[in-house]
Write a protein that binds this ligand. Structure first.
Ligand code: SF4
Ligand code: SF4
Length: 58
């Protein structure tokens, strides 16, 4: 399952974007992370680096 970002917890640090092997993560217009589900390969690397635990599996 792809991951989902809780936008009320994300602080926009960009750490998750740096580790995503498929560039599935990006910052939205508000500077918060979002995941393009069709590209996510469920490697879970992003979950491990998020300082606020904003990312979880759907
Ligand atoms: S689970 Fe892996 S592929 Fe999916 S958004 Fe996170 S780092 Fe990228
Ligand atoms: S690592 Fe966490 S806090 Fe940082 S941009 Fe990604 S989801 Fe947001």
């Amino acid at each position: 399952m792809p991951v989902v970002v809780s936008k009320d917890i994300c602080i926009g640090c960009g750490a998750c974007i740096g580790v995503c092997p498929t560039s599935a993560l990006s910052l939205d217009a508000n500077g918060l992370a979002e995941c393009e589900e069709s590209i996510c390969i469920d490697c879970l690397a992003c979950i491990g680096v998020c300082p606020t635990s904003a990312i979880s599996q759907k």
